[in-house]
Write a protein that binds this ligand. Structure first.
Ligand code: FDA
Ligand code: NAD
Length: 434
């Protein structure tokens, strides 16, 4: 029989959450001596995934590993494989787990090797939603790109360089759509964006905020086709390479390159039937414990209670949550805290010279007040039905502005609507902020 290599702690996954969890084990809890394994399907040590749609594609020269291994965000040194070795952590790369037996506490890899654990942290993240999984005709063709892991970023980078002066179709108007469009434009590719909503970033931006970003994209030559989706892709003369993108309402676009960003799906398959699920994610309690003893979760894959919103259950696909939930889960696993995880939702993006941040919540009935024309600042505040500030947004803020807006989203004071509207009418961003 295959022997089982056993660890006190195993982190399943090698992404953002895994990197921050490993650091927490070492730096806060002094773990050493091969008690911890990080098991990842990827061939490289955990890295800051957000870089893949930013400096990896746009910097000159482009950022490459080891520069953005975790945990460089916030100024640490990159955790290269040497760091894991030096700290007595077994980093098992190119190792895909295909079976999780929670009763015998044993994970089985694709090659048959087995790993036992005392406590398990599930950090399998999410994957891009692929159009061929939805049965779309032509979605298997070459030249159709997704972006989740580093190998995909390498392929996209090469394809983009080969397409300078040519035309790309970007499918999706969310984070990937906007960040990859910016990267393509910076690399001299002409872009048409296609998405079903009336404006970009519909899951967060109001029409007014979106209009400012769309204006800047349009000035850079980006063409928008809104309110429709792709029906199928086709090649030319059986080349196997995408050439035509047919839209649902009829028109056919020509494309030398396609980038698809139509959302993500949490990687839960391994645990289905074994753990309680909610809202497509692995359900955890306020201490990041799953429904099975000694199994914890962090990052994109979990559905967790948002303490500050009355424990409303949520799944969050953002790096701030991956980092914080991972560190908190490790503290719980080590018996170092009895506090629940208390996350203030935080989202951000960077494209071209722009950089926005958002904190808090956007309830459906909220009123939004927007001030500024992005020259360079724009601020927005979401006010709930009871008149409290619940969400805050800023483009091109200073550290002082950002701290102030983060604090407002966290403390949710009663809004002085008259004063805010006055500042909005006068276009007085600094008055609005002070
Ligand atoms: P992540 O997806 O990072 O890691 C999961 C890991 O588990 C991977 O290494 C995977 O291979 C591994 N794995 C899965 N199943 C496995 C198995 N069965 N066996 C072994 N290993 C397995 N967020 C943000 O707030 N700001 C930003 O600017 C960006 N930018 C951004 C750009 C791009 C291109 C992407 C794809 C995503 C972002 N994000 C982001 C989102 C952010 O990167 C994301 O929320 C975190 O990476 C989530 O971290 P996790 O560790 O949960 O999953
Ligand atoms: P997303 O949810 O941000 O956007 C999906 C977009 O897909 C929607 O805005 C919509 O326009 C579009 N869409 C849906 N179905 C479509 C269809 N059939 N045809 C055309 N468009 C369609 O997801 P994403 O942009 O794909 O990002 C993937 C993951 O990566 C997410 O988890 C996201 O949070 C993460 N990510 C985050 C950042 C960031 O936080 N700055 C950056 C990149 C990626």
């Amino acid at each position: 029989a295959t022997s089982v290599k056993s660890y006190e702690y195993v982190i399943l996954g090698g992404g953002n959450a895994a990197g921050y969890a490993a650091r927490q084990f070492v730096e806060k809890h002094g773990l050493s001596g091969h008690k911890l394994a990080v098991i990842s399907r990827e061939s490289v040590a955990p890295y800051e995934r957000p870089a893949l749609s930013k400096a990896y594609l746009t910097a000159n020269p482009p950022t490459r590993l080891p520069a953005f291994h975790t945990c460089v965000a916030g100024g640490g040194a990159p955790q290269t494989p040497d760091w894991y070795a030096k700290n007595g952590i077994d980093l098992l790369l190119s190792t895909e787990i295909v079976d999780c037996d929670l009763n015998s506490k044993c994970l089985t890899a694709k090659d048959g090797s087995k790993y036992g654990y005392g406590k398990l942290l599930i950090a399998t993240g999410s994957d891009a939603l692929h159009l061929d999984e939805l049965g779309m005709q032509g979605a298997h063709l070459g030249g159709i790109h997704y972006l989740r892991e580093i190998a995909e970023a390498d392929k996209l980078y090469e394809a983009m360089k080969a397409c300078a002066g040519k035309h790309a179709v970007v499918v999706g108007g969310g984070y990937i759509g906007l960040e990859c469009t910016a990267a393509l434009v910076i690399n001299g590719v002409r872009v048409t964006m296609v998405f079903p909503e009336p404006h970009v970033m519909a899951r967060l931006f109001t029409p007014e905020i979106a209009a400012h970003y769309e204006r800047i994209y349009a000035q850079k030559g980006v063409n928008f086709i809104k309110g429709t989706v792709v029906d199928s892709f086709a090649d030319e003369n059986g080349s196997g390479q995408v050439k035509y993108v047919r839209l649902k309402n009829g028109p056919v676009l020509e494309a030398d390159l396609v980038v698809v960003g139509v959302g993500a799906k949490p990687r839960t398959t391994l645990l289905e039937g074994a753990l309680a699920m909610e809202a497509r994610g692995i359900k955890v309690d306020g201490h990041l414990r799953t429904s099975h003893a000694d199994v914890f979760g962090a990052g994109d894959v979990i559905t967790f209670p948002l303490k500050m919103y009355g424990n409303r259950m949520a799944r969050v696909e953002h790096v701030g949550h991956a980092r914080q939930s991972a560190m908190h889960a490790v503290d719980v696993m080590m018996g170092a805290t009895t506090e629940p995880y208390d996350y203030l939702p935080f989202f951000y993006s960077r494209v071209f010279h722009l950089s926005w941040k958002f904190w808090g919540d956007t309830p459906a009935q909220a009123k939004t007040i927007v001030v500024g024309e992005m020259n360079p600042k724009l601020v927005a505040v979401w006010i709930d039905q009871d008149g409290h500030v619940v969400g805050t947004f800023i483009e091109s803020g200073t550290e002082h502005d950002e701290n102030k807006l983060k604090e407002l989203a966290r403390t949710r004071p009663k809004a002085n609507v008259a004063r805010l509207e006055e500042a909005a009418a006068a276009n007085d961003v600094d008055g609005f902020l002070n």
